[in-house]
Design a binder for this molecule. Structure first.
Ligand code: AMP
Length: 448
């Protein structure tokens, strides 16, 4: 062997999430869980890999996701009873949720299924800020038989209003909701034909990607951000002119319900979204430029998918859902935060214990145990450290106070407490555990 072996790194497009940042991830997830619970949602966890066919049928063969971004492998048979099978890491979670809905006959329960998920998704995209190959989504799906009200425009509005509440409670500033209707599967078909016709004479002037999309999936041309193609795209026919009466009425009712709740939105006729399963309402929430996302300004997207269950061999089960890009949400919250309070709160100790001499270490651990049992955030140092080092470590951990534990304290059952960031140089003595707990809590609450 020549030279040292180079250390291994995380695979391109994947990353490690470390403290203190993970505290923000936990907070986001717990606020989301809390909001979802208030709106009557229950959690679903589906496998992170599924049969490749699920995505080919559900998401659509012609989409970018299925045609070029999936992590797919041939899973060989291990036993006589097993067949070789093509499997794929899930690139999104809606198809998996609808598969589970069908498999477990959730429709037979009769009522509306309100489900949420939080988990990683995988797409082989070109990595950049806000775009990863493993990324997290927080999503919901609302679906059920027609009799459960799953098709009602009020459900669309409720989901959108819930998102507005969630983003507000998380403290996302300046979000904007863009809304559109892509109509029924038939409306889309007629619109695709019209688009293809309109694109035929002009597509040679467009970028390579759009030339290909014009052939395979003309709706995707509308998503294009290519600056040179915008003028052509703006002049293309609009989907609104291809909606049948029932889609038109549905969309009007969604907008009326949003107006009634006071949720602001703009209608964006180009918002058709890339996946094949969308019908009627489609939407996207974006944040203003300068919110930390660069060109990836879509925080979340979603829409209605009234025919998806049937596409996957299930019963009629109209539904609507969304997926928030959690990685992007975190980038925005970090960028918009005025201070790093988040980090401090996550790391801050209520008390730091400094054992004096190695012999006191077991007693220090015992004291830490008792304080933690009272709900305090506590850590302890090494008995061999000098006082200076204890102070340094305590300060780095944003501890509110230090408890010194020496032979005397252990013998007498007393506590010597020094408040940090306080003008008083005093070490206070307590001979009662409850009193010292009270004092630590007071120091934490007062922020000094
Ligand atoms: P989609 O499933 O494509 O509608 O995406 C829903 C949301 O997931 C987007 O609005 C993004 O916030 C997020 N997202 C999609 N792809 C990625 C990616 N490669 N990396 C990070 N977030 C993503």
């Amino acid at each position: 062997m020549s030279g040292p072996t180079s250390p291994l790194k995380a695979v391109r497009g994947t990353r490690d999430l470390l403290p203190p940042e993970t505290a923000l991830w936990s907070r986001v997830e717990s606020v989301a869980r809390d909001v979802f619970a208030r709106y009557g949602f229950g959690e679903i966890r589906t496998p992170i890999f599924e049969a490749t066919e699920l995505f080919a049928r559900g998401v659509g063969e012609e989409t970018d996701i299925v045609s070029k971004e999936m992590y797919t492998w041939e899973d060989r048979a291990r036993a006589q009873s097993e067949k070789a099978q093509s499997l794929t890491l899930r690139p999104e979670n809606t198809a998996g949720v609808v598969r589970a809905y069908i498999e477990h006959k959730l429709g037979e329960r009769g009522d509306l299924q309100k489900l949420f998920y939080i988990g990683p998704q995988f797409r082989r995209e070109r990595p950049q800020r806000g775009r990863y190959r493993q990324f997290w989504q927080i999503g919901v799906e609302v679906l059920g038989p027609v009799s459960s009200g799953a098709e009602s425009p009020v459900r669309d509005a409720e989901v959108l209003e819930m998102l507005a509440t969630l983003l507000d409670e998380l403290g996302v500033k300046g979000w904007q909701l863009a809304l559109n209707s892509v109509g029924s599967a038939e409306d889309r078909k007629r619109y695709s034909v019209a688009l293809r016709e309109a694109l035929a004479p002009v597509k040679d002037r467009m970028c390579e990607d759009n030339q290909r999309r014009a052939e395979t999936n003309p709706l995707r041309v509308l998503d294009s951000k290519d600056p040179g193609d915008q003028e052509i795209i703006d002049a293309l026919p609009k989907i609104a002119d291809f909606l049948d009466d029932s889609s038109r009425e549905h969309f009007a009712a969604v907008r009326a319900a949003l107006d009634a709740c006071g949720v602001a939105y703009t209608v964006n006729p180009r918002l058709v979204r890339g996946l094949d399963y969308y019908t009627r309402t489609t939407f996207e929430f974006t944040v203003p430029d300068g919110s930390g996302l660069g060109t990836q300004n879509a925080l979340l997207g979603g829409g209605r998918y009234d025919g998806l269950s049937e596409m996957l061999g299930g019963p009629k089960a109209p539904g609507i859902g969304f997926a928030i890009g959690e990685d992007r949400l975190i980038l925005v919250l970090q960028e918009q935060a005025e201070t790093d309070v988040e980090r401090e709160v996550a790391l801050r100790l209520d008390a730091y214990i400094a054992p004096i001499g190695a012999a006191q270490e077991p007693n220090a651990l015992r004291l830490a145990r008792d304080l933690r049992a009272r709900g305090l955030r506590v850590d302890l140092g090494e008995g061999t450290w000098k006082a200076r080092k204890h102070f340094d470590v305590a300060e780095r951990r944003h501890a509110r106070c230090i408890l010194f534990l020496g032979e005397n304290e252990v013998r007498d059952g007393t506590y010597s407490l020094k408040r940090l960031n306080s003008s008083s140089p005093l070490v206070q003595n307590f001979d009662n555990f409850d009193l010292v707990v009270q004092e630590i809590k007071r120091a934490s609450a007062s922020g000094s």
